[in-house]
Design a protein around this ligand. Structure first.
Ligand code: NDP
Length: 601
């Protein structure tokens, strides 16, 4: 465990009740939201490849030299993060052995490959987050594992299941085109490879493309800069555990206070000569309470324990009644009290939400000595308006004399100059600027992935989706046969992201096995089934919009553009992951393919 993690006694979300004036609070929430609302929504962000493609370079691996490949395969998997790994393992377990993987990075790990900033840690309990623990015979060392352990674990999945032999790293897909006559996907890459595959499975991650804020002057800074997903240890010194010795004589600014920033800030605060934390909207910081794994507990686990624990966590985070809370952390505490926002009683949930957020705000007062700084760090919005954060060392960082919170009052950075940045008319001169500004979400898939997908008759997917997504279950697309898209759009999400990836892997394996066994060459949803799913997803839109409308902008609510129909269609399935998993399970059990059109050999 990092030495920076402290164990505060009564901090964070507690069941202690606090009193509040809910009318005044609601008004305060609206005022804070209105400060942040902007007309340009998602357009406020810049495409990193256009603004500064240096920020995309891989600082972690030496270039691989290899000749182009020409290869036929049954399944072509794009992405070597947990989604791709789970698809590969589930295929293998179903008896499908002819598949290859490509991955842009130099190794497996996906988000854990790229996000190696100091303090990177999974804030979902590792016993439910790290997949395949029973198959791997592995128990994470801590309740919340750090990035290095998760990255190494990803590699060990690759080794155990023999995936390295069929993976092409540092390889970017350039085009995917469906050849209807041959019933094959034709795939080209930046390495000059030519693959041909019966099926394509894309698991490229919903938050994989770094995004940059559209701050005037962003390219004019003459100091050192990078995005948190490409941490430059050659400049900062140290590694993921900290020890950023290179910053001892440096003035550093970190822009953004999201889930990433709160993990990195304590390490920057420990080493930088001067640290400016540039905040637009405060994040909610709940109690973490990390601890080493108890070996006695690990020994007591019975077969099937991980799926049971995952299901228990999933049920609680969907507001469903359970006999026991196995994970017992801030996530289950929040959702256990509040219920998921859909399907729960609105006014009751709102009162519980106020209560929880009052506790979050009270924690700031407990942890931060300077009252003005504490006030600035308090979030005024409903808890699921933004990704909640959990940390025990972030707030105390602001008690250090070298750390300054720069509160932009919702306006963001005014300008970037050659020497630093300007907020509220004041210039802060720095040596190093770190962008903790997050990732593109629900922008065009081709923009995020860097390639287009051409379906039947050469139709680009961007064209089919110009008015928003159209899919069956988020995975299948009419006129793009034999192609699985494992993303969030029109599919379910849950705080434990790998839970859904595991379900997706099982689904892919089931469909591919069925097609290979039944000699089905072309498999796609009927137009009616696809439309019915889109209609079903959209039938929840009103409820979600109602919640989102009250929210401060974030990628959770389309940056405040709540009424945009196309963006609403791109949203996740609001019926919840429990219902979604049941839909898929029942479909598999029935073995009824009425929603699909199948062309046999
Ligand atoms: P986020 O998108 O959550 O945060 C970006 C930050 O940049 C926000 O604080 C945002 O402010 C700020 N920002 C954007 N534009 C400007 C501007 N013009 N001026 C000033 N500030 C600006 O990105 P993160 O990388 O923190 O997190 C992304 C996601 O990654 C998380 O939501 C989570 O899903 C995942 N993650 C998960 C972790 C885990 O442990 N499982 C750990 C880390 C990340 P504002 O809030 O006002 O928009």
């Amino acid at each position: 465990m990092s030495q920076l993690i402290q164990e505060p006694a009564e901090a964070g979300v507690t069941s202690q009740k606090v009193s509040f004036d809910h009318v005044a609070l609601r008004e305060k929430y609206r005022q804070e939201r209105d400060k942040r609302l902007r007309q340009d929504g998602q357009e406020q962000y810049l495409e990193v490849a256009v603004t500064c493609d240096e920020y995309l370079k891989d600082p972690y691996a030496d270039p691989i030299v290899r000749d182009p490949v020409v290869r036929e395969t049954d399944v072509f998997i794009i992405g070597g993060g947990f989604g791709g790994l789970l698809a590969a393992v589930r295929l293998q377990q179903a008896g499908v052995s002819d598949y290859v993987m490509v991955e842009r990075a130099g190794d497996y790990g996906g988000t854990w490959y790229w996000n190696r900033y100091p303090g990177a840690q999974c804030d979902i309990e590792s016993y439910v987050y790290m997949p395949l623990l029973e198959e791997m015979g592995y128990i994470p060392t801590e309740k919340y594992a750090f990035g290095t352990e998760i990255l190494e674990y990803s590699r060990s999945i690759g080794r155990k299941f023999g995936l390295y032999e069929r993976t092409y790293f540092q390889t970017e897909v350039k085009d995917l085109s469906w050849d209807d006559e041959a019933a094959r996907w034709r795939i080209t890459t930046d390495r000059g490879d030519k693959f041909s595959a019966r099926f394509v499975c894309m698991s490229t991650g919903p938050l994989q493309r770094p995004k940059l804020p559209g701050i005037p002057g962003i390219t004019s800074f003459k100091g050192h800069s990078f995005h948190t997903s490409r941490w430059d240890y050659s400049y900062t010194g140290g590694d993921q555990t900290g020890n950023l010795e290179g910053l001892k004589d440096k003035r550093v600014a970190i822009i953004g206070t999201g889930a990433t920033s709160i993990q990195a800030v304590p390490h920057l605060a420990a080493y930088a000569q001067e640290l400016y934390v540039i905040q637009r909207t405060p994040i909610s910081v709940g109690f973490r309470g990390n601890k080493p794994t108890d070996p006695e507990w690990a020994k007591s686990l019975q077969p099937g324990w991980q799926q049971a624990r995952m299901d228990n966590f999933n049920a609680i985070t969907h507001g469903m009644p359970v006999d026991v809370d196995l994970v017992q952390d801030s996530w289950t505490k929040i959702f256990g009290e509040i219920g998921v926002f859909l399907g729960s009683d609105g006014s009751r949930a709102q009162m519980v939400d106020f209560q929880l957020m009052e506790q979050i705000r009270a924690r700031v007062d407990q942890e931060v000595k300077d009252p003005a700084t504490a006030e600035s760090l308090k979030p005024y919005y409903n808890i699921m308006c933004k990704r909640p954060g959990f940390h025990d060392s972030y707030l105390p960082s602001f008690n250090k004399p070298n750390v300054t919170l720069v509160d932009t009052q919702g306006a963001g950075v005014e300008r970037i100059t050659e020497k630093g940045l300007v907020v509220n008319g004041r210039e802060y001169e720095v040596d190093c600027l770190i962008y903790a500004t997050g990732f593109e979400y629900q922008t065009k898939l081709s923009r995020r992935n860097g390639y287009e997908i051409h379906g039947r008759n050469g139709q680009p997917l961007s064209d089919k989706w110009k008015d928003g997504l159209s899919t069956l279950w988020g995975y299948h697309i009419r006129d793009f046969p034999n192609c699985f898209i494992l993303g969030n759009g029109q599919s379910a999400v849950t705080p434990n992201f790998t839970h859904m990836l595991n379900e997706a892997g099982k689904h892919v394996a089931y469909v591919v096995k069925h097609c290979l066994d039944e000699r089905v060459d072309v498999f796609e949803p009927t137009a009616e089934a696809e439309q019915a799913w889109v209609d079903h997803v959209m039938s929840f839109a009103g409820i979600k919009q109602q919640y989102d409308r009250e929210c401060t902008p974030s990628y959770y609510n389309n940056e405040g553009q709540v009424n945009d129909v196309a963006l609403t269609r791109n949203n996740f399935y609001p019926g919840g992951a429990v219902a979604f998993i049941n839909i898929l399970r029942e479909w598999r059990e029935k073995g009824d393919f009425a929603q699909f059109q199948q062309r046999k050999r």
